[in-house]
Design a binder for this molecule. Structure first.
Ligand code: G1P
Length: 292
């Protein structure tokens, strides 16, 4: 299967992260020393994908700029002899081939993916990665889906078990486990009430889709929240071409949730040996300060 592109929708408002995101895209908020979106692009590249397709809007130009050269900055760093930092900023520019498509109206995630149609329609399949879902640790999330997609030659979505009280925050699937951690999806429902959830298997923002999805997206009527939902269109794939779900191994966090976002900052900070000791001491001091 020829799978080279990662579609990353970045046109959302980021209302959950206001006021920080009043004038900065939520994808550019830093987690330790990198913006959120860089973690997603690194995951895509780490899994062997080459092209990144941002589904963007008029306020998100800064995201594309992050993955481009900044010649002025490079001159400053070169003159200052800061070669390590120079290497690092250049590496970000060279990380991926960037393609941008405007989502001119915010009609939902399904609509955002439909905007990529002309770029990916001739590929066997393509990845979709959502910027709010970040993975901790050494397990590459999208890689786990790509492996199954290539083996089974089918579309695959990533799922994780969530507590029952959280099902209304996710797309929820029902299906039959055909091998350990791999399900044949029967039905999907976007953000169900607890009583209507067919399981606790929640869609995490990682998908490997075949271009058939566009047939369903093009005819998709608005669903939950009045938006064109990707989850609803996936039902078409499940019914006609077959859709698999893979339980993603690893820890994931939601960058739009402040507690998880702050914890992630600390996690990635602690991974840096030059910071570890001091950060640990400061955290301990903060904790005891809070208790007095
Ligand atoms: C989107 C999808 C949902 C999925 C979630 C994962 O929802 O519509 O099915 O479970 O991402 O983060 P959103 O969080 O954008 O509302």
């Amino acid at each position: 299967m020829n799978i080279r592109k990662a579609v990353i929708p970045v046109a959302g408002w980021g209302t959950r992260s206001l006021p920080a995101t009043k004038n900065i895209p939520k994808e550019m908020l830093p987690i330790y020393n990198k913006p959120v979106v860089q973690y997603i692009v690194e995951e895509a590249i780490g899994a062997g994908l080459e092209d990144v397709v941002f589904i963007t809007n008029r306020d998100k130009k800064i995201i594309e700029d992050h993955f481009d050269y900044n010649t002025q900055l490079e001159v400053v760093l070169e003159r200052a002899g800061k070669t390590d930092m120079l290497k690092e900023v250049r590496a970000v520019a060279e990380m991926a081939n960037i393609i941008s498509v405007r989502q001119k109206r915010a009609l939902g995630l399904g609509h955002a993916v439909l905007c990529a149609k002309d770029i990916v329609r001739y590929d066997d399949a393509f990845a979709v990665m959502l910027g709010d879902d970040l993975m901790f640790g050494s397990n590459n999330g999208i890689q786990q889906l790509l492996e199954v997609a290539r083996l089974e030659r089918k579309a695959v979505i990533g799922v994780m078990e969530v507590p029952l009280e959280e099902v209304k925050r996710y797309g929820i699937i029902s299906g039959k486990e055909i091998s350990p951690g791999v399900y044949k999806v029967d039905s999907l429902v976007e953000k169900p009430e607890i009583q209507k959830a067919p399981s606790r298997l929640a869609i995490i923002g990682r998908y490997v889709l075949t271009p058939y999805i566009f047939n369903y997206l093009e005819n998709q009527t608005p669903g939950h929240g009045g938006e064109i939902q990707l989850t609803d269109a996936l039902q078409g794939l499940a019914d006609n071409q077959g859709l698999l779900a893979v339980k993603i191994r690893g820890k994931r966090f939601d960058a739009g949730n402040w507690a998880e976002f702050l914890a992630a900052n600390i996690y990635f900070g602690l991974q840096d040996p030059s910071l570890h000791e001091e950060l640990e001491q400061r955290l301990k001091a903060l904790m005891s300060f809070g208790m007095n």
